[in-house]
Design a binder for this molecule. Structure first.
Ligand code: KIV
Length: 257
């Protein structure tokens, strides 16, 4: 059974676990516990301190994805297509083919619904597996992120977008910052998988930015749950190294040739 079919078989049975990775060592640890690893363009803010994901380039995504690929043996690997790399059918096809060829990822992710439908359809027609992304679309937001799906207009539009993406053939859709009842209702309406981020416990799976759950980013976003404060552990290890260096305890005999 293909990895896509195995994931799809989890719908209404067990949850899909998805996290982001930007490098091999992290991917290797995640892969023991995840179903999907996403090389998100969130790397722009997390690693490069950009104020928007719009500054992330295709080359940056490719380099990080090549590293991540080396750490994955079982999870499905999805790569975000960065801003301005899928504006037309031909631009999207050319760039997605390049990403797949150079990173050996299993699928790509693009942000948007009906507005990018023809582009998505063309990718799928050309055998490129696509993950959709609806709700808060970081590539389209200038300034503060606002949750979606509170007004009837938004409810109608997001439902229409989700159904259209499913019809176009995407294998899954990330629902980001969408009101919980709407997230549940979209998940119920779709046969494909929904992956929530600040959406609903009733989505088919959940995704978060790994650096956020590890406490590396000092994130204040409402939906982020920090599972450990890794900064503290880094601080105490580095402090100990400093003391060892200053007091000539490192390198001791054990570490020398
Ligand atoms: O860029 C990213 O990491 C994402 C996820 C948070 C869904 O798109």
């Amino acid at each position: 059974m293909s990895i896509f079919k195995k994931l799809q078989a989890k719908k209404n049975k067990s949850k899909i676990v998805c996290l982001t990775a930007y490098s091999k060592n992290v991917a290797e640890e995640l892969d023991k516990f995840t179903d999907i690893i996403l090389v998100g363009d969130s790397l722009g803010s997390v690693l490069y301190n950009f104020d928007t994901t719009r500054k992330v380039t295709l080359d940056m995504m490719i380099e990080h994805s090549r590293s991540v690929r080396k750490g994955i043996t079982k999870s499905l690997m999805v790569v975000d297509m960065p801003y301005n790399t899928y504006r037309t059918k031909s631009e999207a096809l050319k760039n997605c083919k390049k990403v797949i060829k150079e990173t050996k990822c299993d699928a790509i992710k693009v942000e948007g619904g009906v507005k990018i439908l023809e582009i998505v359809k063309n990718l799928i027609k050309n055998k490129i597996p696509v993950m959709g992304h609806l709700g808060i679309l970081p590539q389209s937001v200038k300034g503060k992120f606002k949750s979606k799906g509170k007004t009837q207009k938004e409810i109608n539009q997001l439902t229409k977008d989700a159904l259209a993406l499913e019809q176009a053939g995407v294998f899954s859709i990330v629902l980001e910052g969408i009101e919980k009842n709407l997230s549940k209702s979209i998940t119920k309406k779709l046969k494909i998988l929904t992956i929530g981020i600040g959406a609903s416990v009733d989505c088919d799976g959940q995704v978060l930015v790994t650096d956020d759950i590890l406490g590396l980013t000092k994130s204040k976003i409402k939906f982020v749950k920090e599972y450990i404060n890794l900064r503290k552990y880094i601080g105490s290890a580095v402090k100990q190294f400093r003391l060892d260096v200053i007091n000539k305890k490192y390198p001791s005999k054990k570490y020398l040739y």
